[in-house]
Ligand binder design. Structure first.
Ligand code: SR1
Ligand code: MG
Length: 405
């Protein structure tokens, strides 16, 4: 019998006892073992447990209520999904995610590698730190985890088994509502609109029927295109970085969906970092951010085509012209979901500190207008974004237009 045979919400002392019980093979120093809650996400509790002999782990624990809102409840099964996905991702893209030491469906917790020698990418970017390896690392991660879990590569029955195992209805519902619905109509009264931009957002987002139709299509493509095993929430708060290392974590929104959703999330969150750099006048950082946005698109394409040649077995997928058709559909989705991420983080319930921390109100309002104008271009002209330069040109255009409004 153990205290941990039945679920309860653990505090930092419970977590120490839990770690000692679950990881008995580590020679913990019981005199100095300590724990601290370090999570700042919207959903879970994250504890660091360490001792003075140099041992340390991270314990991630799911509560029944979400941290961002006591009214929002989602299944604690998200921790199982996260742990299993991290193990799959580690096989597909070795070294790109933290190691999982154990997970436990009773306490809805998992214990994983401590990456405290890395920084959360969003915060490092907000200090205008540069990560020269990032485009290279993240494109390898995306091509390996995405293309290699599609039907063009996987044995079809095996893939369908995975689709079944990672059906993730509650977390997907959060995305369906917060990303692909509410930013365009404030249906549940949860949007947060910066007062200076109220009239602008009403006109550009709430009253644009053409945009609503395009996003409605994107919502049902997200729900019905079980293309690849997505991370599902691949923003810069789900990535740890060091100048020489990139590690992705937090895949609790994982499910089989359109690949462009992950790629678009990465691009949009680099744009938020660039917004912040622009507001601060951090020229060298902004130059790196733009270069990285372009490289993410171009390296993704290059590696995708190479991996397609190396891994695709399916007879029909090898038909001449199919590879280019398939990549172009992913690029079109990428542009559109870059747009939906830009919009939802600007007016939706879950915003990003890169933008909300811009202290000068006019600069913040400008960044938000730029994001929305850029987003609309990406969503409404999604098939026109085929290269990194196409994104850079669109950012420059939105910058000019946002200044005029
Ligand atoms: C209610 S959860 C809000 C957001 O936090 C997560 O990181 C996802 O991005 C989700 O949409
Ligand atoms: Mg998260």
């Amino acid at each position: 019998m153990s205290r941990f045979d039945h679920y309860f919400l653990m505090n930092k002392d419970d977590v120490i006892e839990y770690t000692l019980e679950k990881l008995p093979d580590i020679a913990w120093d019981k005199q100095t073992i300590a724990s601290k809650e370090i999570g700042d996400g919207n959903l879970n509790y994250v504890f660091r447990v360490w001792d003075e002999k140099g041992h340390s782990v991270i314990v991630k624990h799911a509560g029944e209520q979400l941290r961002i809102s006591a009214e929002m409840r989602v299944s604690t099964d998200r921790n199982r999904i996260e742990s299993e996905i991290l193990q799959i991702e580690d096989r597909l893209a070795p070294g790109s995610v933290p190691k999982i030491y154990m997970y436990d469906t009773v306490m809805c917790a998992c214990i994983m590698e401590d990456l405290s020698d890395h920084r959360l990418m969003r915060y490092a970017l907000m200090e205008h730190e540069i990560f020269p390896r990032f485009a290279e690392d993240i494109t390898t991660f995306m091509v390996n985890t995405l293309l290699l879990t599609t039907d063009v590569v996987m044995e079809h029955k095996e893939k369908k088994e995975l689709v079944k195992r990672f059906i993730n209805p509650e977390l997907c519902e959060i995305t369906e509502q917060l990303v692909l619905e509410e930013p365009y109509n404030d249906l549940r009264g949860r949007n947060i609109v910066f007062p200076r931009n109220k009239a602008f957002m009403e006109r550009e987002l709430y009253q644009d029927g053409g945009l609503h139709l395009a996003v409605a299509r994107l919502k049902f493509e997200f729900m019905n295109n079980a293309q690849a095993l997505l991370h599902g929430d691949l923003h810069t708060g789900s990535i740890f970085v060091r100048p020489d290392s990139t590690r992705v974590f937090d895949p609790e929104f994982a499910f089989f969906g359109p690949m462009g959703y992950d790629v678009g999330n990465v691009i949009a969150n680099l744009i938020f970092a660039w917004d912040n750099g622009e507001a601060a006048g951090a020229a060298a950082f902004c130059e790196w951010a733009l270069k990285t946005i372009g490289e993410v698109v171009d390296l993704f394409k290059q590696k995708f085509l190479k991996a397609f040649d190396e891994h695709v077995d399916d007879h029909m997928a090898k038909t001449e012209g199919f590879k280019e058709y398939y990549l172009n559909s992913v690029l079109s989705d990428t542009a559109a979901y870059t747009g939906t991420e830009l919009v939802r983080r600007t007016v939706g319930m879950a915003q990003v500190k890169d933008v909300t921390s811009i202290g000068d109100e006019e600069k913040r309002a400008f960044a938000e207008r730029l994001n929305v104008l850029l987003a609309k271009n990406l969503i409404l002209h999604r098939t026109a974004f085929l290269t990194g330069q196409d994104y850079l040109d669109a950012i420059a255009k939105a910058k000019e237009e946002a200044g005029r409004d």
